[in-house]
Design a protein around this ligand. Structure first.
Ligand SMILES: Nc1ncnc2c1ncn2[C@@H]1O[C@H](COP(=O)(O)OP(=O)(O)OP(=O)(O)O)[C@@H](O)[C@H]1O
Ligand SMILES: [Mg+2]
Length: 232
């Protein structure tokens, strides 16, 4: 579904991504991992066409996408930091995004799931951090896209909302969707991810299943696998 070939990106003298390549053939949950500053967000933005790589190609369903925009309607995106004007009401931002994307959207079940009804006429700037994140989740999942990209979606969520997010991810996976997710919460990754892509110093240090990673690092869980990689 998505193939990445030799993607490189530098910011000034900092080589953030250095010839990254992988091929994701079918749906499932793929966790993009790596320490702070390892290029996860940059990579996801390149995938979305929001950052241009210095070199390399990306293919979506065998078509090169770096010169085209149409493929983006196949992707739902939750940015790590969503910047919407504070004075917009929840109801307004939902309608605004629906108008921009011009695609069928179903926000109601998600509004109900996250109990956002009572916040619909509140301004984004007046919401708590977690509630704002729930609005971002609604904006991401209200479209029925075959690919969903989530950059730190758990930020600020309480345990009840986290369970609901996990249910949404399971549901999306069972529908055959491809989910790319970054998270620093290893228990979540362990629970959900079919495969991990671990970025380190511009390269893919590891790609494979969690059990492959654990046997490679000879540790008992993902948290310790990561620690073994970063501080051997
Ligand atoms: N627009 C930019 N201009 C200059 N440097 C940038 C820019 N965007 C990102 N960087 C740098 O690129 C590196 C990778 O950043 P990125 O946000 O992709 O990391 P990340 O893996 O998502 O980190 P985190 O886990 O903290 O979210 C960082 O050193 C960052 O400062
Ligand atoms: Mg990031």
């Amino acid at each position: 579904m998505i193939a990445v070939k030799n993607i490189s990106k530098a910011f000034g003298s900092l080589q953030v991504l250095d010839k990254i390549s992988f091929d994701l053939k079918k749906g499932g949950i793929f966790a993009v991992l790596g320490p702070n500053g390892s290029g996860k967000t940059t990579f996801l933005k390149i995938l979305l066409g929001m950052v241009l790589p210095d070199s390399g190609e990306i293919y979506y369903q065998d078509q090169p996408i770096l010169q085209s925009h149409a493929y983006r309607k196949h992707i739902g995106y939750l940015p790590q930091i969503a910047r919407f004007p504070d004075n917009l009401k929840v109801r307004e931002i939902i309608h605004m995004i629906m108008d921009i994307r011009e695609e069928p959207a179903h926000p109601e079940p998600l509004i109900e799931l996250f109990k956002l009804d009572k916040f619909m006429d509140k301004k984004l700037g007046d919401l708590s951090g977690g509630t704002r994140q729930k609005v971002n989740i609604v904006l991401t999942f209200m479209f029925d896209t075959p690919v969903v990209v989530l950059d730190e979606p758990t930020a600020g969520l309480d345990p009840v909302s986290l369970i609901k997010l996990k249910d949404l991810l399971h549901q999306a996976k069972n529908q055959g969707k491809m989910i790319l997710i970054t998270s620093h919460i290893m228990s979540l990754v362990e629970e959900l991810a079919d495969e991990v892509i671990f970025l380190l110093e511009g390269k893919i240090y590891f790609q494979g299943t969690l059990s492959d990673l654990q046997s490679k690092t000879e540790t008992r869980d993902l948290e310790h696998s990561i620690a073994a990689i970063l501080e051997p």
